[in-house]
Design a protein around this ligand. Structure first.
Ligand SMILES: *[C@@H]1O[C@H](CO)[C@@H](O)[C@H](O)[C@H]1NC(C)=O
Ligand SMILES: *[C@@H]1O[C@H](CO)[C@@H](O)[C@H](O)[C@H]1NC(C)=O
Length: 257
């Protein structure tokens, strides 16, 4: 019966997708399409699929310790946030949530000749494109519907733009909020003890804040046009000599009057 209802609901959502004013994503997440296997990391029960494991390896291979520990904390803390909220738990697909969080900072790869980082995309877009390629290459015969791929793309591309992400699909919203948890401390029902257990296994580097400043400054130096008028501009203004002289646009230039 439940399966039948799911099938009917899926069919209905397909049919209503492009009607005149219907929001194709009416505030409902896509939910978990199946019962996922789970494993425990840092006392957090997380989804355990081949794709999630591969995403974790990919994050390890393409991030230094600081970035890798950060994305792991975001995933685990974000999972706790979902577990403390029965609504979110029932509507957010935990595999989409996991893959997006594990891969959300691929655009920080600093190795020479990175195949991920470009000079003409924002770092979030580099990450989103790399994650999409990764999913298509690694879903190992198991079809990942395009909708889920798109949710991962959007969640990564918009993770720092809360004025968009907080109003999009629950997967996109919760990925953004999961990232903020690494900066805010315990929130969204997460206890001090749960938060501490995650930090114990994936500690924040002593110089975590400096490292964020350094990474943002690197982006402002290496691709300044991709940082103007974004939250990164603040780092450029404060920490990169000659940054603003290169090319902030004036208000007149922006609105074209
Ligand atoms: C659960 O999450 C939803 C969506 O973000 C939010 O509106 C609601 O207040 C949360 N519930 C609790 C108990 O935190
Ligand atoms: C990166 O690419 C440049 C130009 O193709 C090459 O000269 C250099 O050796 C490469 N560096 C590494 C670390 O692969």
């Amino acid at each position: 019966m439940r399966l039948l209802l799911t099938v009917v609901a899926l069919a209905a959502s397909h049919l209503s997708g492009f009607s005149a004013h219907a929001n194709p994503f009416p505030g409902k997440g896509i939910g978990a399409p199946e019962q996922y296997p789970r494993r425990t990391i840092a006392r957090v029960s997380v989804v355990d699929t081949p794709l999630v494991r591969a995403a974790q390896r990919f994050a390890r291979d393409h991030g230094d310790d600081t970035v890798y520990n950060h994305v792991m904390r975001c995933w685990l803390l974000g999972t706790l946030m979902l577990q403390h909220n029965t609504t979110l738990q029932s509507i957010v697909d935990p595999e989409v949530h996991a893959v997006a969080l594990l891969l959300h900072d691929l655009g920080f790869e600093r190795t020479p000749n990175s195949t991920i980082v470009t000079l003409d995309h924002r770092f979030e877009v580099d990450g989103a494109i790399a994650a999409r390629k990764f999913i298509r290459a690694h879903s190992q015969g198991r079809h990942w519907e395009e909708r889920r791929v798109q949710l991962v793309w959007d969640a990564i591309a918009l993770h720092g733009e809360h004025r968009f992400s907080f109003f999009k699909e629950p997967e996109v919203e919760t990925v953004s909020k999961s990232v903020t948890l690494d900066f805010s401390g315990p929130d969204f029902g997460i206890s001090e003890a749960e938060y501490a257990a995650v930090l114990e296994v994936f500690p924040q580097a002593e110089n975590f804040k400096d490292s964020v400043v350094e990474t943002m400054s690197w982006l402002c130096r290496t691709k300044p046009e991709m940082t103007y008028e974004t939250f990164m501009q603040g780092y450029g203004d404060r920490f990169v000599e000659g940054y603003s002289a290169v090319g902030h646009r004036t208000v007149d230039q922006i609105i074209g009057l």
